[in-house]
Design a binder for this molecule. Sequence first.
Ligand code: NAD
Length: 441
Amino acid sequence: MNHPTPPEQPADIVARLRVTFRTGRTKPVEWRKGQLGRLRELLTEHGKDVAAALHSDLGKSSTEAYRTEIDFTIREIDHTLDHLDGWLRPEAAPVPERLGADATAWTQYDPLGVVLVIAPWNYPVQLLLTPVVGALAAGNAVVVKPSELAPATSEIVARLLPQYLDTDAVAVVEGGVPETTALLAERFDHIFYTGNGTVGRIVMRAAAEHLTPVALELGGKSPAFVDSGVDVDVVADRLVRGKFLNAGQTCVAPDYVLTDPGTAAALEPALAKAVENLFGVDPAASTEFGRIVNERHFDRLGGLLDSGRVVTGGVKDRTTKYIAPTVLADVDPASPVMQEEIFGPILPIVTVPGLDDAIGFINDRDKPLALYVFTESGTTRERIAAETSSGAVGYGLPLAHLTVSDLPFGGVGESGMGSYHGRYSIETFSHRKAVLAKPLS
Ligand code: NAD
């Protein structure tokens, strides 16, 4: 009688990958580059299938799927392949004279071992595979945990990764809370988590049991400060593109606008016009506008729609999980929409008298993942950079900083810890080993 093979248990997976790591197989730079090349092939050969999965999970248009997920990851692979040798080069350190002229010292990057990557649903390819690029480039074995809330993407990743990558060094574990909880009981050499702060705390607690280092890529409310005297049409266009990408389900989306009452009055019609320019008079009919991931988030967002005066949007349809791109004005900082990360297509405008109050408003709240500033004034830029703390600052253009591979991407305080992309992924997924050498004769 044939019995189905029981799924491999987390402890067995980690033990199996650890055996591979101990053999040294993942360490040569050729192996690392080979794996990155295979991942690139997966994305080029199955780009359409991956885009279809993203459409099924999130209603993402093919253009958006390629731009923000598939091509994004391919660019990260190419950048890594171009620079990996240089990034891994040992760095000499000056040696004090008392150790003798023949002593040398340097730092070198050692892989950590077996690492765990846990990803969220909102960019379920980019946020899963970009950390994997870094983990492999640094010479680690990797357990990959896609989000159960993007089931089509999780399924395709679980099916394709083993066809392209070294299965002795890379394993995919699908599932939700029970499966992730079981994984977190194991000892990893690093855990890279992207998602919300509540689960971030669970991950960090589990990691503490094994003294495992973590990177927590979290979210929060990223403000967009708009100064008086700016060209409101340009600002509105950029805000709308950044906010409503992926139906607002972007960790670095501008969460709310902070501006003075006069600028708010000018910005309101400009934002309504920018929404219409981008998605037409009926955004529900636009193929470029996505849907909310599930009913729970739809209901949560629906409850935030009456937190202010509707400038544009305000419409919803539960059967299609559609929430119109919405701008709310006259929003009270005490209203529900200002109490949590919105993570959906609702843009509240909050007014403050001026720059001092805007800085105070930002500093009274959790440190944001990103802070956007629209101003013509150098002094305002400098003041905001010097007087606030955030994962990143974007002057004049939301979201774009994370497409610059040579910038670290990560949060601070409630928005997270640790960073990645490009060489910062090597820093995150390696141990920088100190070496001193003194000849015996
Ligand atoms: P999610 O619900 O998909 O959860 C993320 C991962 O955590 C999933 O793999 C899930 O299985 C796992 N998980 C959920 N509950 C768990 C538990 N109790 N124990 C162990 N694992 C558990 O995604 P989410 O958290 O809703 O994602 C949205 C949040 O992520 C937002 O706050 C957003 O700002 C943030 N985010 C941050 C970044 C970033 O790069 N900093 C990127 C995207 C999203």
